[in-house]
Design a protein around this ligand. Sequence first.
Ligand code: UT7
Length: 330
Amino acid sequence: MNKKCVGIIGLGSYVPQKIMTNKDLEQIMDTSDQWIVERTGIHERRVAAANESTSDLATKAARKALEDAKLSAAEIDLIIVATASPDMTFPATACVVQDNIKAINAAAFDISAVCSGFLYALITGSQFIKTGMYRKVLVIGAETLSRFTDWSDRNTGMLFGDGAGAAVLGETPEGYGILGVDLGADGGGAELLKIPAGGSRHPATNETILQKQHFIHMNGNEVFKFAVKVMGETILKALKNANLAASDITYLVPHQANIRIIHSAAKRLGMPMEKVVVNINKYGNTSAASIPIALDEAVKSGAIQSGDIVALAGFGGGLTWASSIIKWCK
Ligand code: UT7
């Protein structure tokens, strides 16, 4: 059995400059700051500039992660970008990032697991290192969901934001790094959260655009119920996989989708909110970017320290879910 230990050896994140507050949203949709704060925990979100796309945000986060890991781009063997808002249907956004940072020795591909995407990418990337095929893998969660948001739809318009987070994966000392993981999917729930048109089932036509089929469509109540159920379950499975208990977790870094979902996951695990990393108030739901941005902020603020047990957990469209228990090493 291969005993190689793999973990995060560098982190970086980037959010666009432009802030859109709940008050700004009150001007364009039938909503209120009070409703959004009470029902979601979101106060404001970031919106990419007209000349910024997902690869631009990903590139900025990637450069910071490389600097943090003290590596040059040429030392990266593989780039995986997790995104639900790629620059184009193809080529992969990871290829655009590869060219931007001049990671000339890296293979590159995208992963589509919506809000669980970063953890799908992290777990996938770590396998290449565990098997010995690659030494350094760059995984990025990056989104410009503002481009797919109907700003007149109050069921979805207040939730999403833009941003990117990146992690460099590499070998860690024995006993550190990724200790246990869980991945799952239920395609039976595919209809609950989707962008219906623009793909091969409903190619772009004047009609699909007039019907706003190129925007995010979501059954919020059903996704909420699914999230509350799956968040606790997936963390407990990953903990079991790591031979640890919920009481061993130093920090939980959950997908930032709704503060009520985060509270319920913490409650299920018996964790006080002081141990839960929350930044949804500032950025809203940045989908695949939410976990690496929150993790980067928690590490850079000095909250997460070497030796801490960190639980990362997310859920999203697909439906998908994923979690990873990491013994922090830096
Ligand atoms: O990363 C995964 C992505 N998605 C999610 O995680 C979403 C999970 N779901 C949610 O977070 C919540 O379901 C929402 C935040 C989307 C909605 O919150 P809710 O508490 O489930 O509200 P609701 O849809 O049950 O609506 C309650 C009321 C309704 O009014 P009535 O029928 O009771 O009079 C809605 O029309 O709130 C109304 N409402 C709003 N009011 C002001 C719904 N959206 C808004 C809004 N502003 N933006």
